[in-house]
Design a protein around this ligand. Structure first.
Ligand code: PEP
Ligand code: MG
Length: 560
């Protein structure tokens, strides 16, 4: 039995088999070899294995998504046969006498960089493909198996670290829990774990060589403990606690269909944060009043090329249709910093969180932004959709956005395509936006406060840096005062203000937020009913609070 501690990012308990996930971009050691022919033979065998893997993937994809969707695996097969690529690997093995995996990894990086620097967008996008096939060859050479999530049994994923793109590609039904060596509590991977209700621990000092796929583990998100190969007694205890948790969840379900209204009649909206279309199920299951944040960038990451307008349109349309008339707020692309997609080719930055990300990319690379806006405006016809823009720092940015919105609108009108320009809000995630919130309130329809980034930029603490988790304090007076400023600015001009950062789901602050006048909280679906319970048991005005519950007539409570 091996007991380890880490930081919990979602309070829950899981018990089940372990699957150890090896990093895709693993460090490949350079080794000197004597037998170059032997290495080239190993490479040939790995190539043959890759060809049959790609053929299998192609056949499966044709059945599931059709020939067009499967074509990418044909491209990979072609790249695998590319003479220049293979010759470069062979040359390196022969002239430098290095191991095949090292030659593949270095050649893959060189070719990816060369493709990435090309002017042609199609060729640029092939950089990710070259990396992909190089990783496949390296995996085949090292014998590290690729996990097939589709046929995997439900398991606890153990990894060094998980990127948002890896997390988002996983089939949530198959993931019982996460345990990682690295990661910070405010990273997007942690946010995704919370959204999916998955017990997860990060910062667990594991030696991955000692943990194997097939072991049994308990992940205890309440106490921040992971136990590998637990005793039968510990397994029984974990099962009992899982049953208790389930009972609590069932009790909360009694609140379904009820309003989020205080004992003295103040109602607030409690919406859900989602990362992709598949998450709507969680939102509806937990009785979300709407979607307060759809992180649209997850349509882009984990892919090998930009999603087309049609692909995006179908996704947005599905979300608004499935929410059947309830509000859906879609945030435009917030890529960059920790959310990367190779084909964006964003390059390495010294300070990615302060770098080229979110609305900055959209304003500089207008065609990417316009494709998304076209898809959004077309989908807006099918339900109650709003959109919001991330990382705003100035009124000029909003004006620039509106000019692009006008262009898109004119183009759609000219083409005779049905569309609607939805309500447009902005995220308040920077101290600059807080300070000019009165001006901004006059320009937009609503504010949604992104406390994850607002905390990062106000406290000068990189939310990705696990070492700073103890300093990252979203309860800081500066943050709470900023929220009050933003709410007051919005109300002064008849607009509403909500919170969609993780702080909005903090039960310790729910009463405070309601008293501050926050109009909406958008949270992980699993938190909706918990917050509803708090709201329904509180008074807004402190004197009524002193009268004791039940003495004030709550008309709505009587009715529902
Ligand atoms: C935030 O910054 O609070 C937010 C909701 O956006 P994200 O976490 O996706 O950066
Ligand atoms: Mg943010």
């Amino acid at each position: 039995m091996l007991r380890l501690s880490g930081k919990s990012v979602y309070k829950g308990i899981a018990l089940g088999p372990v699957v150890v996930l090896k990093p895709h971009d693993q460090q490949i050691k350079r080794e000197t070899v004597e037998d170059a022919d032997g290495e080239i033979f190993r490479l040939g065998r790995a190539g043959a294995q890759a060809r049959s893997q790609l053929q299998e993937l192609y056949d499966k994809a044709v059945k599931e998504v059709g020939k067009a969707g499967a074509a990418i695996f044909e491209v990979h097969q072609m790249l695998l046969e590319d003479e220049d690529y293979l010759e470069a690997i062979h040359n390196m093995i022969r002239t430098e006498l290095v191991n095949a995996e090292y030659a593949v990894a270095v050649t893959g990086d060189n070719f990816a960089e060369m493709f990435g620097n090309m002017d042609d967008d199609y060729m640029k996008a092939r950089a990710a493909d070259i990396k992909d096939i190089s990783n496949r060859l390296v995996r085949n050479l090292t014998g590290d198996e690729e996990i097939d999530f589709a046929s995997m049994e439900p398991a606890i994923i153990v990894a060094n670290d998980l990127s948002p793109s890896e997390t988002v590609q996983m089939d949530k039904e198959k993931i019982l829990g996460f345990v990682t060596v690295h990661g910070s509590t405010n990273s997007h991977t942690a946010i995704l774990a919370r959204m999916m209700n998955i017990p997860a621990l990060i910062g667990v000092p594991m030696e991955l060589d000692k943990i194997h796929t097939g072991m049994t583990a308990i992940v205890d998100g309440f106490n921040g403990k992971a136990v590998f190969e637990p005793t039968e007694e510990l397994c029984r205890e974990a099962q009992m606690r899982m049953r208790e948790e389930e009972e609590k969840r069932q009790l909360l379900k009694n609140l379904k269909g009820k309003k989020n209204v205080t004992l003295d009649g103040r109602e607030i909206n409690i919406y859900a944060n989602i990362g992709n279309v598949g998450d709507i199920g969680y939102a509806l299951e937990n009785d979300a009043g709407g979607i307060g944040l759809f992180r649209s960038e997850f349509l882009y990451i984990g892919k090998i090329d930009f999603p087309t307008e049609e692909e995006q349109f179908q996704a947005y349309k599905k979300v608004v249709q499935n929410m059947a008339g309830k509000k859906v707020i879609i945030r435009t692309l917030d890529i960059g910093a920790d959310k990367q997609a190779d084909y964006f080719d964003l390059g390495k930055e010294e300070n990615p969180a302060l770098g080229y990300r979110a609305i900055r990319i959209c304003l500089k690379q207008k065609s990417i932004f316009k494709t998304q806006l076209r898809a959004l405006f077309r989908a807006a016809v099918f339900g109650d959709m709003s959109i919001m823009y991330p990382m705003i720092i100035s009124t000029q940015e909003v004006l620039q956005i509106y000019r692009i919105v006008d262009e898109v609108e004119a183009e759609l009108a000219k083409e005779g395509v049905p569309y609607k320009v939805p309500e447009q809000g902005i995220m308040i995630e920077t101290p600059a936006a807080v300070m000019i919130s009165e001006e901004l309130a006059q320009m937009v329809d609503f504010f949604s406060i992104g406390t994850n980034d607002l905390t990062q930029y106000t406290l000068a603490i990189d939310r990705q840096n696990a070492k700073l988790d103890d300093f990252y304090n979203p309860h800081h007076t500066a943050i709470l005062r900023m929220i009050q400023i933003v709410v007051d600015s919005a109300h002064k001009y008849g607009k509403w203000a909500g919170i969609c950062g993780e702080l909005g789901a903090d039960p310790e602050l729910t009463e405070k937020f309601v008293r501050m006048g926050v109009d909406e909280l958008s949270v992980s679906p699993s938190m909706i009913l918990k917050l509803r319970k708090i709201v329904r048991e509180m008074y807004v005005s402190s004197d009524k609070g002193q009268m004791g519950k039940g003495q004030t007539i709550n008309k709505e409570t009587e009715e529902d």
